[in-house]
Design a protein around this ligand. Structure first.
Ligand code: SAM
Length: 250
């Protein structure tokens, strides 16, 4: 997969050189390029913002630097001759976007190329979003129902969630299967050695060696925890998809 990120604070994306995502880049599993929006300006102050039409507080990101940046990425990207038939996906982080979640992480992990446009101030001139549809599949996307200062933190979270799903990035792919949100429920609690710690014991079933009973206990804990912490998820859970083992666990 190739990922391009455009930002006025390219240094903000430095953590993507660390840990599993950094290693995936070194191993050639992920190509990630960070672009400074200011290099696509033409004035001596390298201006990227201006006052909003209609008045109001704050500044708005000017359209032309964005068009220059996105055009250059589109040109340098994977053309149909390279075998990529689809347009790259342009993700525009925004609190007014579709809510990002694990299902979207899986969907986006199947793409050849993702481009992230990090807004600042009051956001990007809306005409950029309309114009970009000629080059990209445009997806305004929100990290959650709160407002950040810029898109960079949202990009760090989304790239990590997507990147860890790419083949070879997480050493044992089995560990992706039973995670929270992989099947609509939260994960069960986990424990490690020692079995007794500060007067607290690991649940005895986990020491029993009975794998059938352990699986049943874990499934029960998934339901219990989801009901307690995220009843909204449980309400959405497809009860028709419950297995016989699930019914026994719940
Ligand atoms: N005026 C905008 C609004 O109310 O919708 C908020 C602008 S915010 C201060 C600046 C930038 O931060 C946005 O353009 C976006 O890139 C990013 N941002 C803020 N909150 C976000 C969120 N919840 N998810 C994704 N990006 C966010």
């Amino acid at each position: 997969m190739r990922i391009d990120v455009v930002s006025i604070f390219p240094e903000y994306l430095a953590p993507l050189e660390l840990s599993l995502i950094g290693k995936a880049r070194q191993d050639g599993l992920l190509e990630l390029n960070v672009h400074d929006l200011r290099t696509f300006t033409t004035d001596k102050h390298r201006t990227v913002d201006d006052t909003p039409y209609g008045g109001g507080a704050g500044m708005v990101m000017k359209p032309e630097p964005w068009a220059q940046a996105l055009e250059s990425i589109a040109k340098s990207g994977m053309t149909p001759e390279d075998g990529a038939a689809k347009k790259p996906v342009l993700i525009v982080p925004s609190p007014a976007g579709e809510r990002f979640n694990q299902a979207l992480a899986y969907e986006l992990a199947d793409e050849e190329q993702l481009v992230f446009a990090c807004g600042r101030y009051e956001g990007i001139d809306e005409r950029v979003i309309e114009w970009a549809a000629g080059h990209f599949t445009v997806r305004p996307m929100s990290l959650g129902d709160y407002v950040l200062n810029g898109g960079e933190v949202a990009v760090l979270a989304m790239v990590e969630a997507i990147g860890r799903l790419l083949p070879g990035v997480v050493g044992n792919p089995e560990s992706l299967v039973e995670e929270s949100h992989s099947d609509g429920l939260l994960e069960y609690p986990v424990y490690t050695k020692p079995s007794s710690w500060r007067d607290r014991e690991v649940p005895a079933i986990l020491l029993s060696g009975n794998h059938g009973k352990i699986a049943q206990w874990r499934r029960h804990e998934q339901f219990r925890r989801t009901a307690a912490r995220r009843p909204d998820l449980l309400a959405e859970f497809d009860a028709g998809g419950l297995t016989r083992a699930d019914k026994a666990a719940f």
